[in-house]
Structure formats: C-alpha cells, structure tokens
Design a protein around this ligand. Structure first.
Ligand code: GLV
Ligand code: MG
Length: 318
C-alpha cells in the first residue's frame, strides 16, 4: 500500500515537548497524528529536560491510533544526535516517525537513517520501522527536494515549513501562511507547494502543509487548508484545538465524493472482470482506467480517515 493510503495525517498536532500541560491536553484531541516538539517550540535551556518528557509521554501511551512522532533538532545542531539517541533508545517501540526539520540536503536524511539503524540494532527494535518526515524549510531544501525524497526508504512525508521558508527567501511579510501584501492577484506559495507535492508523489510519499499561525482565526485557517487540500496535499499541521475539526474535514473527501469513488471502483471492477470490458458506464458517466486511478485516491483517503460508505454498488441488468 502506498504512503498516501497507509496512514491518515489530515491533522498533525504540534505539541511543545517542554510543556506537560499541553501534552496532557493533546491526548484528548481528535487528531490523526501529533509531534512532540524538541525544536523551535522549546527554549535552548529546556531542550535537555524535554527529551525525558518526550520519552515518558510516549511510553505512558494514551495516543490510541494516532501517528506518534517527535520533532528532533536539525542535523546541523549540537542537539540533534542526542535527541535521536535518547528518544529512540528510551521509547523507540512507541514511536512511529521522527520529524527532521530544516532538511536542506539529502545527507541530513542519510545521517538520520544511519543513526536510526544503529540504535535499532543496538536495542533490538525492528530495523527500518521508524519513518522520517522531512521538513522543507528553505531555498536549498526546495532545490534538492527530489533527492531528499529519495534519500531513504524511511522517508514517509515531505512537510512544508512556511515560517522558516518565508524567512529563508526574504518574503516581505510576517503573517505565516497568508499572502504577502503586494502580491494580491496570485498565490505566492504555489511554486513551493507544487514542487513539494511533485517530489512527494514521484516518490510515493505524503505531502503535508505546515502551520497557520493566527490560531484564533479558524476561518482563515480553513481557507488556507482548502488551498493545499485542493492541490492534493494530505494534511496540515494544527497548533490549536480550534483548528483540528477544520483540518479533519478539509483533508478528507466529502461523504458524497467518498461514496462515488467506492462506486466507481466497484463498477469498474465488475465491468472489467465479470463483463470483460475496458470502458464502462456508471449512470451517465463513462469510466476507464484513469477514472479508476482517481477514484482510488479518494477512496484511499476516505478509508484511511475511517469513513464508511453509505451506498452499495448494484450492477445494472443488461
Ligand atoms: C515550521 O516549522 C515552519 O517553519 O513553518
Ligand atoms: Mg520551521
């Protein structure tokens, strides 16, 4: 099964690892995934203590069904190697992926892959089970995004990091996720988003949109999420409980689209196997192999999000 179909990541909750109150609150939120953050949400003097908080939070559990991830510090920092060793040695069995921020070169991913393999061998964890989510957050990372996507079979998602990215290219705005004033007619992020999406799809990875920082404006969050969902992104970071329901809704298919996709798959399967035809009618719509592929994407996202179909396929009598 490809990565798009395998785990739902409509909403990915950011949780500062130095704040036990936020961690406790995160357990009760209905997100598909979360990451305990050791990077930019944690002050340098708190980073060491936060590692232990992360280990305890993962081992205590209470994360039922969610994708459990930790964001370590980036590969160029003094913290990174000890973040990985402490978290994976201490709680590797209760961890699904590590988020690696500021990936500007494929060697960052190779470094993490190698270190993970060493730790897995050392403590007896299954080698290769822990995945990598690579954050693309600057111009260098974007220019090498294809190589980053291909750098290790552990890479499971590419994540757009708008705040760092906007800073990296000197974008003239301080509002993360919004269009820079003066660029009204277009979408200033289209090129970046599309490059990340193409690299993700070319390597069978998920593409995740980053945070929207004005956390109380749910309407603006929803508008920003709709744009990337429309392109094909699989989910978005959420920073506040108010953003969760919006992300879950925006990145899932509508019930109508989900039902339709399942019907297309059934009708096509019936036509090609039972009736041995390559093109088939479903109501007044003609279906072929390309329709099946499109339906597969929508059905996979719906199934991963736990949706149930409300219509069954009934073959038409000939
Ligand atoms: C996230 O890490 C961002 O920089 O937007
Ligand atoms: Mg960042």
């Amino acid at each position: 099964m490809n990565a798009v179909a395998s785990r739902s990541r409509r909403s990915v909750l950011a949780v500062p690892a130095s704040n036990p109150r936020f961690i406790e609150k995160a357990r009760g939120l209905d997100t598909d995934a979360f990451f305990l953050d050791l990077e930019d949400a944690v002050a340098p003097l708190e980073k060491e203590a936060a590692r232990q908080t992360v280990v305890a939070a993962l081992n205590e559990g209470g994360w039922d069904g969610r994708v459990r991830t930790v964001r370590v510090n980036d590969a160029t920092t003094a913290w990174a190697y000890r973040d990985v060793i402490t978290v994976v040695e201490g709680a590797g069995a209760n961890l699904d992926c590590l988020v690696l921020p500021k990936v500007s070169d494929p060697s960052h991913v190779l470094w993490l892959d190698t270190l993970l393999t060493q730790i897995e061998r050392s403590v007896g964890l299954e080698v290769g089970r822990i995945g990598i989510e690579a954050q693309i957050e600057d111009a260098r990372g974007l220019t090498r995004v294809n190589e980053i996507a291909a750098a290790s079979p552990r890479v499971e998602t590419l994540v757009y990091g708008p705040a760092d990215f906007m800073a990296s290219i000197n974008m003239k705005t301080l509002v993360v996720g919004e269009q820079p004033p003066g660029y009204d007619p277009g979408d200033a992020y289209h090129y970046v988003l599309m490059r990340i999406l193409m690299a993700a799809r070319a390597h069978d990875l998920q593409a995740i949109d980053g945070p929207y920082l004005k956390i109380r404006d749910v309407e603006a969050f929803t508008r920003s999420a709709r744009r990337t969902a429309a392109l094909g992104f699989d989910g978005k970071w959420v920073l506040h409980p108010a953003q969760v329901a919006a992300a879950n809704e925006v990145y899932a298919p509508t019930q109508e689209d989900y039902d339709h996709a399942e019907l297309v798959l059934d009708a096509y399967e019936y036509a090609t196997t039972v009736r041995r035809r390559g093109a088939v009618m479903l109501g007044d719509e003609m279906l072929d192999e390309a329709s099946r592929k499109m339906a597969l994407v929508v059905a996979a996202k719906g199934r991963a999000a736990g949706m149930k179909r409300t219509r069954e396929f009934v073959p038409e009598q000939e």
